[in-house]
Design a protein around this ligand. Structure first.
Ligand code: SAH
Length: 257
């Protein structure tokens, strides 16, 4: 997959996409990544990319011309037309499902906003607009990196173990089960016996139960779209009834679900 980003701070991408899992995947040719400096498509001495908003108000907006020219120029550099993604708090919330859909694209081109945002006309270039969540960042770069990260780890060959992307949070509409590694006991906290039993059937059942109870307690909203058997539904109802009066006690993590 070819991933490209248009940004006013291209230097922030390289450290992340060269490190660890992404770095290995990039070296192995699973994806390529290139960040372009939007200022390359300005024509004035100061390389201006922003201007004051019509109608007044605070801050500066990104001008449409450099963005149009940059997207058109970068897009034309390869035969494959890119899927163009803009980032904005007004976009579609980013989810694992969206990451899965984007992982089927051959070429992604990200446009990162800055300042108070982007002239509305530039969104005509967007195939889609994505929000990282209900908060405001200073720019779209972290959103572009988050989407790159979530998408790349779904590509064949990106993770060492092909299975590890299958069995995790959201892949079946639920949160992942609790996990443990050595030591079996630490500071008085023991790993559940069943995980040490070597009984794979029992381990699978425990994991499914952990996943269901944890989802019911931490993210009951996710259960609406999950497929559950009658007994699983009953288990979830019990977990929900239990968690309701204790909701203010704080985190579920560490309760060995
Ligand atoms: N004034 C805008 C926010 C601008 S923040 C508003 O109120 O909607 C500047 C840039 O940061 C945006 O253009 C966008 O590219 C990026 N950004 C900020 N928050 C974001 C979020 N939650 N998700 C995705 N991109 C975001």
């Amino acid at each position: 997959m070819r991933i490209e980003a248009i940004t006013v701070i291209p230097q922030v991408f390289e450290p992340y996409v060269t490190a660890s899992i992404l770095g290995r995947a990039r070296k192995a040719g699973v994806f390529s990544f290139e960040a372009y400096d939007l200022r390359e498509w300005t024509h004035d001495r100061h390389r201006t990319v922003d201007d004051a908003p019509f109608g007044g108000g605070q801050g500066m907006l990104m001008k449409p011309e450099p963005i149009f020219e940059a997207v058109e120029d970068v897009a034309s550099r390869h035969a494959e037309r890119p899927h163009v993604v803009f980032f904005s708090p007004c976009g579609t919330p980013f989810t694992q499902r969206l990451a899965e859909r984007l992982s089927n694209e051959e070429r992604l081109l990200f446009v990162c906003g800055r300042y108070e945002g982007i002239d509305e006309r530039a969104y005509a270039l967007a195939d889609e607009v994505i929000s990282l969540g209900d908060y405001v960042l200073t720019g779209g770069e972290l959103a572009a990196l988050a989407v790159t990260d979530a998408v790349v780890r779904l590509l064949p060959g990106a993770l060492g173990d092909e299975m590890s992307a299958v069995d995790e949070s959201f892949s079946d509409g639920l949160l992942e089960y609790a996990q443990y590694t050595r030591p079996a006991e630490y500071r008085g906290m023991a790993v559940p016996d069943v995980l040490l039993s070597g009984d794979h059937g029992a381990v699978d059942r425990w994991r499914r139960e952990s996943s269901l109870v944890r989802t019911a307690k931490l993210r009951p909203d996710l259960l609406a779209s999950a497929t559950l058997s009658d007994s699983e539904r009953a288990l979830v109802e019990r977990a929900l009834a239990e968690s309701a009066p204790r909701a203010e006690e704080g985190g579920e993590h560490g309760q060995a679900l």
